[in-house]
Design a protein around this ligand. Structure first.
Ligand SMILES: Cc1cc2nc3c(=O)[nH]c(=O)nc-3n(C[C@H](O)[C@H](O)[C@H](O)COP(=O)(O)OP(=O)(O)OC[C@H]3O[C@@H](n4cnc5c(N)ncnc54)[C@H](O)[C@@H]3O)c2cc1C
Length: 498
């Protein structure tokens, strides 16, 4: 059995630590912050509770499996809540589409009832194609180790599978083939942002994201999504994982082989195996010695070719009273969605905050998070990452203030005024996100899926340095709670076999 260090107590780090400890390894997690969870944060104020990261749980089966494999039922620790209405979408023309929770048939009906025409049948067809994509990609790609472009080549002997995932088509192009209504295209575009990407550049295979949401459900966790992190932390500690908080790893010793890590305070902690849950860019550029960096130049080159994922501008608001016609998840689309992606990724214009952005508000229908008769709003706006040199300097407090006002005005123009209702407010910028989670630029998902080869350029979980592994949203298979959980399984299985 090995002595293993995990750098970072994000969901990927903790999930991997728990899986490894349950196999009998000695596991210690070293975390820069004074708490677990990483991007899965939360804030409390005067009885109001806010998730500051994930607000939507999909594919809970990934964490159910993790809990079962490590000796407990997840339901003993948290309550996973199925939402009757998954989303309230408001389009620029004022149309409101209330998308039901689990069930592609129910969702297609709601689409048909609201948008009319052939939209219901078209949606069913589109989801049928997405189902095929999910079947083809789940096992051989998402749940398996990545071997760069070799992974694509390995799929390519199955010509029909390649045809199904249409690797040269973008999400926008694929959706346009099936759907006529521009509002449905807008809806599908949004799913590219679930991987921090632009729908005009992201691969068609992202059609699996709405498929997963509608087929397997959109869930809340009672008390807030951070409760999933708490449950995982407690699971990990109960099977022997040791955590040390407030310590930052500054170097991974790899010569002549992985032998441990050095902390900011100079301490050296020995280990046979190191699993890094810190962002892959930081691992390759900051935590390895120059010699080890030479050994990993191909991984660094792939990272350099990829576009970093978008970030987010978050406004938390304690609201007095209840908003009429509001759901747990609410999305307000703008007139010109393309401008959002042009601004964020600097296409045909300078990278800049989106002037008229999509506004997403999570107002949890959860008495554990909100004083009776009131609401805790988590507002998320897609934003370019923090890049004071070539992009947006989000540490500028004037920008933070004026952008907040701009968004509240945009929301008012879409029929939802917050005037006189905000009893407390806090803003979290991409700069704050970078500082809080050590994610470069505050990128939410590491690298984006922009570009047809993006999925195959993601950092591999098994690095070129023996006994050094990457886990979490910046490595294969990607960001978001389900994929991060899958990356932990891939790493733990590989270590089990090694
Ligand atoms: C605003 C926002 C909204 C989101 N919404 C959703 C959603 O609705 N649904 C969903 O599924 N996902 C969502 N996500 C994405 C999801 O939060 C992430 O994909 C996931 O939590 C990332 O987990 P991770 O394991 O990659 O690690 P992270 O959460 O990035 O944690 C990494 C940890 O490593 C620590 N660390 C880094 N470097 C070092 C070092 N050198 N030494 C010690 N410690 C270090 C960091 O402090 C951090 O705690 C959202 C994220 C954000 C920010």
């Amino acid at each position: 059995m090995a002595n293993i260090i995990v750098i970072g107590a994000g969901m990927g780090g903790m999930a991997c630590a728990a899986r490894l400890a349950s196999k009998g390894h000695t596991v210690q997690v070293l975390e820069h912050n004074d708490t677990w969870g990483g991007k899965l944060g939360s804030v409390e104020h005067a009885g109001y509770k806010f998730d500051t990261g994930p607000s939507l749980l999909t594919l809970p089966a990934v964490y159910r499996d993790l809990f079962l494999k490590t000796g407990a039922a997840i339901e003993d620790s948290i309550e996973i809540v199925d939402l009757e209405t998954a989303f309230r979408y408001q389009f620029a023309d004022g149309t409101v589409l209330k998308m039901p929770g689990t069930g592609i048939g129910r969702c297609a009906e709601a689409i048909g009832d609201t948008l009319g025409g052939n939209s219901a049948d078209q949606w069913r067809e589109f989801m049928r194609r997405a189902a095929q994509m999910w079947l083809v990609t789940r096992k051989p790609f998402l749940e398996s180790e990545l071997h760069g472009l070799k992974s694509l080549l390995a799929l390519s002997w199955r010509v029909n599978d390649i045809r199904t995932i249409a690797p040269t088509k973008t999400l926008r192009a694929m959706a346009s083939k099936y759907l006529d209504d521009p509002r449905l295209l807008t809806l599908v575009d949004r799913y590219a942002t679930y991987t921090g990407s632009d729908p005009r550049q992201a691969p068609a295979a992202l059609a699996t994201v709405p498929y997963i949401e509608q087929m397997f459900g959109a869930y809340h966790v009672a008390g807030g999504l951070r409760e999933l992190g708490r449950a995982l932390y407690e699971r990990a500690t109960s099977i022997g994982v040791k955590f040390e908080f407030g310590c930052t790893v500054s170097n991974i010793a790899t010569e002549p082989q992985v032998s441990g890590v050095t902390l900011d305070d100079g301490r050296f902690i020995p280990a046979d195996i190191v699993v890094a849950n810190s962002d892959a860019t930081n691992v390759y550029e900051k935590l390895l010695s120059p010699k080890a960096q030479q050994q990993t130049t191909s991984a660094k080159k792939s990272l350099a070719k990829a576009t970093p994922s978008l970030s987010g501008f978050v406004i938390l608001q304690a609201m007095t009273g209840k908003t009429p016609d509001f759901e747990h998840h609410n999305v307000f689309f703008p007139e010109n969605y393309d401008d959002e992606f042009d601004s964020i990724f600097g296409i045909g214009k300078k990278v800049s905050p989106v002037s008229d952005p999509t506004i997403y508000i999570c107002s949890p229908n959860d008495s554990k998070m909100t004083p009776a008769g009131n609401e805790s709003w988590f507002m998320l706006i897609n934003a370019p990452r923090h890049d004071p040199v070539n992009g947006v300097d989000w540490s500028d407090s004037e920008l933070k203030h004026s952008y907040t006002e701009q968004i509240l005005t945009a929301l008012k123009n879409r029929g939802f005024s917050t005037e006189g209702r905000i009893s407390w407010q806090q803003t979290v910028t991409p700069d704050d996100l970078e500082r809080n989670t050590l994610a470069p630029g505050g990128s939410i998902y590491g690298t984006s899926s922009n570009g047809m080869r993006s999925a195959f350029l993601r950092p591999e979980n098994v690095t070129k340095i023996p006994n050094l592994y990457l886990v979490g949203g910046s490595s294969h298979p990607g960001g978001g709670l389900p994929l991060v959980g899958m990356s932990a399984e891939i790493v733990a299985s590989h270590i089990g076999r090694a």
